[in-house]
Design a binder for this molecule. Structure first.
Ligand SMILES: CC(C)(COP(=O)(O)OP(=O)(O)OC[C@H]1O[C@@H](n2cnc3c(N)ncnc32)[C@H](O)[C@@H]1OP(=O)(O)O)[C@@H](O)C(=O)NCCC(=O)NCCS
Length: 154
């Protein structure tokens, strides 16, 4: 398994973005932003991705979307993708990397903290009809409603 910068059309790996984004409208807004790295299995199959975008002054990077194909989760691929983004952000001179997820997604809360991220703040009702999430969604038995931000100093 290797991590490569993805230079192809983002549409080709849209299915991966959708694993981490329930709003088609939101996804259309940001899918072409920033840089994307992909995890490529030895047979050439793309099994994960991470999209990150830098602030205009380059001091802060944000991970906009990341996912690993369901059959490959729990094998360290998500961690490797995050480590690559952190390495690139450091090399580019960034001082902080940030990302957000749903408070309902307990697995993600665990994953990001294990990767050295700290919680910074919660945005209530970030996910709802007004913000592009018209369908009520439940994750781990918890309604998808609030968003939590994480950051890691570099
Ligand atoms: C979150 C995600 C990218 C992590 O990738 P990964 O390759 O499974 O992560 P790693 O193998 O490096 O780390 C595994 C850890 O991730 C966490 N995790 C979160 N969701 C998980 C899942 N569905 N399966 C396995 N582990 C998961 C666990 O804490 C796990 O630790 P454990 O093995 O001790 O239980 C991946 O689970 C995923 O694609 N989830 C769906 C999309 C998503 O929610 N993306 C993030 C949006 S903010």
């Amino acid at each position: 398994m290797r991590i490569d910068l993805f230079t192809g059309p983002r549409r080709e790996i849209e299915w991966l973005f959708r694993q981490a984004e329930d709003s088609e409208a939101r996804l259309r807004d940001y899918i072409d932003h920033g840089q994307v790295w992909v995890a490529v299995a030895t047979d050439g199959e793309i099994v994960g991705h991470l999209q990150a975008v830098a602030d205009p002054d380059g001091s802060r990077w944000e991970v906009l979307n990341t996912a690993v194909a369901e059959h490959q989760r729990g094998n360290g691929i998500g961690t490797r993708l995050l480590e690559r983004a952190i390495q690139q952000a450091r090399r580019a001179g960034a001082r902080r990397i940030e990302l957000a997820t749903a408070t309902a997604d307990i697995g993600n809360l665990r994953f990001y903290q294990r990767c050295g991220f700290r919680m910074s703040h919660v945005i209530r009702d970030a996910f709802g009809p007004d913000t592009g999430y018209p369908e009520p969604t439940v994750i781990d038995g918890i309604p998808l409603r609030d968003q939590i931000w994480f950051d890691r100093e570099l």
